[in-house]
Design a protein around this ligand. Structure first.
Ligand code: PLP
Length: 395
């Protein structure tokens, strides 16, 4: 609270402290210098994290790596697609996602995303027969219609990778996001639900994919013996696959493990906060928070909303300035210079395709951080600021 009793604009950038339990383990690792995941004969922090994460998700295998982008890259490699294979990717995602496809010698084909931030199923279907894999990015944790996607892909035998970087804790018809496709990938980068600065993990129930991914992540020589349940597959693949060395180190695992028991609380808190602010924003004729699809239970740590009835980009930018003047930062994905989530900025893909639906969405879709730790007065501050900024510009 400010001295005059008014609530100051909340700080939405500071992270939650890392649980105290991480300290003793980090101290132990620093004393012993045991930072490499394959030095200890067993129970290295990274191996324990993999077992715990697989348990949390109900998956057979988990592989911790250096980032979610690395997990996506290794997942694509593990599918053993021919060079130049087309992989469908939503056009609303982070630049690192089509980059992972390029890195894996495949060609990303962008699929339209609607004003509800979800994959346009008709466009996906139209592009599917040419594709050899589908990488569904659950951008900002928004879940596309996984029933429709899986039905279309299963009918053609096309594998689905889930980019669940920002979806830890989200469920679809009671199933955990990341467990619906062949492989699910998660991020531990600082802006995600579990914060290790950097880090990623992939999960799968497929022993062949798991074995191939483990070896390519950098389990050289017989280090694969330290991954449970895969002996036969490993013997087959050892020395036949490149080693990309994208391993996670023990310090990261020590930071992540004590946060896993916090996930359930962060999910409930984040969802409660999000839904509260969403209800308030939807009372404004100028702001629209699209509802989640029926089967989805979300785990948001930010809020996305569309500017409704803002005819010009100038009006949208005036809203952004008016919110900023009230202390609340809003990103309009398509209106910030060089934004990594606007597909026309992905120049490494060549000339951007014509995707009018996604483009229209990006030009009016706003993004505001809403970390789980915010209090009700702080949420009200943000909602009030956004509503009054919209009214100032349009009302
Ligand atoms: C953060 C994010 C990524 C990239 O994760 P890194 O761990 O930083 O590589 C990919 N996809 C989505 C949807 C993300 O939110």
């Amino acid at each position: 609270m400010a001295p005059d009793g008014q609530t100051l604009a909340p700080n939405v950038y500071d992270a939650e402290p890392i649980p105290e339990a991480a300290r003793a383990e980090i101290d132990r690792l620093l004393r012993s210098g045991d930072l490499f995941r394959y030095t200890a004969p067993k129970d290295a922090p990274v191996a324990l994290l993999e077992a715990e994460f697989a348990g949390l998700m109900g998956s057979r295998y988990a592989l911790a790596v250096s980032s979610c982008s690395a997990a996506l890259f290794i997942s694509i490699k593990a599918l053993d697609l021919p060079k130049g294979a087309k992989i469908l990717v939503p056009a609303f995602t982070f630049a690192a996602v089509p980059s992972a496809v390029v890195h894996a010698d495949c060609v990303p084909v962008l699929v339209e995303v609607g004003s509800d931030y979800r994959v346009d199923i008709a466009d996906l279907e139209a592009k599917l027969d040419d594709a050899q894999a589908v990488l569904i990015s659950h951008m900002r944790g928004h879940t596309s219609d996984m029933d429709a996607i899986m039905a279309l892909c299963d009918a053609r035998g096309i594998p689905v990778i889930e980019d669940a970087a920002h979806s830890l804790g989200t469920t679809w018809a009671g199933r955990k996001i990341g467990t619906i496709g062949r492989i699910g990938c998660f991020s531990f980068q600082s802006y995600k639900l579990v914060n290790a600065g950097e880090g990623g993990i992939l999960i799968t129930d497929d022993p062949e994919l798991a074995a191939r991914a483990v070896i390519m992540s950098g389990a050289y020589e017989e280090n694969w013996k330290k991954h449970p349940g895969l002996q036969n597959s490993f013997c087959h693949w050892q020395n036949k696959l490149p080693l990309y060395n994208m391993r996670m180190q023990n310090l990261s695992a020590a930071v992540i493990r004590p946060q896993l028991p916090e996930v359930a609380r962060r999910v409930v808190q984040g969802r409660t906060n999000h839904d509260y602010v969403a209800r308030r924003l939807n009372t404004s004729p100028w702001l629209t928070v699209p509802p989640a699809l029926g089967p989805e239970d979300r785990a948001p740590d930010s809020i996305q909303f569309n500017l409704t009835g803002f005819e010009t980009d100038a009006q949208a930018l005036a809203f952004q300035r008016a919110a900023k003047a009230r202390g609340v930062s809003v990103q309009i994905f398509g209106l910030s210079e060089g934004n990594a989530r606007a597909f026309w900025n992905w120049q490494f893909l060549g000339t951007p395709p014509d995707l009018p639906m996604t483009r229209a969405m990006l030009m009016r879709a706003c993004d505001t951080r809403l970390p789980a730790r915010l209090t009700r007065p702080e949420l009200d501050y943000i909602a009030d600021a956004l509503i009054s900024a919209a009214t100032e510009v349009r009302g």
